[in-house]
Design a protein around this ligand. Structure first.
Ligand SMILES: [Fe+2]
Length: 304
């Protein structure tokens, strides 16, 4: 024991507190994505993938659906029906659901798990604000697993937009840094940090997410806009890379049925509701929020 500094009870309490995951920056903004709902054809196969490969837990099962999440927090609903018809790649809907892990070791741990499971990745990028790994589920729904750099490390421009880029991510170095422990699911605190949509038209997406819902444009790429509240790099992105000119989704199409946008700030929620009313976009008051469809038939529920 010689040489060890005895710890006061207060010091150990503080050390314990330090270990608690603090909510991600993305989730403390005025609004953020809370969860998403995919319609699939092979419910058992896709649910197994999100449990065994992505590392989500099953929170609830019904005959036609599965609710999945992390540490009891719902992030993803999968449902199916006999009507579910496979959406073409060019359909409006999901580009990817982006699961935000708490830190770099958690990203490395997931990568090591995916490598050991022989998962085929679609790519990996360093976006300056974040480090991201891309893959697809068995029905080709896009998935991103990412971690954010500290917002203090991000570069903001004078107009409030944020510097992002797509640079190579050294996957080998990330893999080598992985904790040598058995993967037991997504780290506590993992959230749906953003959702990236396929839409038919960028000016129309700007008009909806910026002018109607009141999100800020944080960055633009050719054929894509990135929207957020509270200075996050993006809570929602929209691109036309596969879907230029896409029309509204048809009922029963596989892929993204709807997602939930949670408002922490009442003023931002009122701004969004006023924008919807101004544009006469039909909203339905439900037990937990306001439901509507975007110009491409993608459902969203505003909750508070
Ligand atoms: Fe993304």
């Amino acid at each position: 024991m010689r040489g060890q500094v005895p710890r006061s009870p207060k010091a150990s309490i503080m050390a314990e507190t330090d270990k608690l995951p603090s909510p991600a920056f993305a989730l403390t903004r005025p609004a953020h994505v809370e969860s998403a709902h995919l319609v699939v054809q092979d419910l058992a196969r896709v649910a197994d993938f999100y449990r065994d490969i992505i590392g989500l837990s099953v929170l609830e099962r019904t005959p036609s659906g599965v609710l999945m999440g992390v540490a009891g927090v719902p992030l993803l609903t999968l449902s199916t029906s006999a009507m579910a018809a496979r959406a073409p790649r060019s359909a409006a809907g999901l580009f990817h659901n982006a699961f935000l892990v708490p830190d770099r070791p958690a990203l490395a741990a997931w990568l090591a798990h995916a490598a050991h499971a022989g998962v085929r990745l679609d790519g990996a990028s360093d976006h300056l604000v974040s480090e991201a790994i891309y893959l697809s589920d068995p029905e080709d729904n896009g998935i991103e697993i990412y971690r954010d750099r500290q917002p203090s490390e991000w570069t903001y421009h004078d107009d409030g937009t944020v510097e992002m880029a797509t640079e190579r991510l050294d996957l080998q170095a990330l893999y080598d840094s992985a904790p040598k422990t058995r993967f037991s699911g997504m780290a506590d605190g993992t959230a749906l940090g953003h959702i990236h949509l396929q839409v038919g038209d960028i000016p129309q997406a700007d008009a909806f997410f910026r002018d109607v819902l009141g999100l800020k444009v944080m960055a633009r790429y050719p054929g894509a806009s990135f929207f957020a509240t509270g200075g996050y790099h993006h809570h929602v992105a929209a691109n036309i890379w596969n879907s230029r000119g896409a029309e509204a989704r048809r009922i029963g199409m596989t892929g993204l049925s709807d997602y939930r946008l949670k408002f922490n700030a009442e003023s931002e929620l009122q701004t969004a509701l006023a924008g919807l009313e101004r544009q006469e976009i039909k909203t339905t008051r439900t037990s937990d929020g306001w439901s509507l469809r975007d110009p491409w038939g993608i459902g969203l529920t505003l909750t508070s």
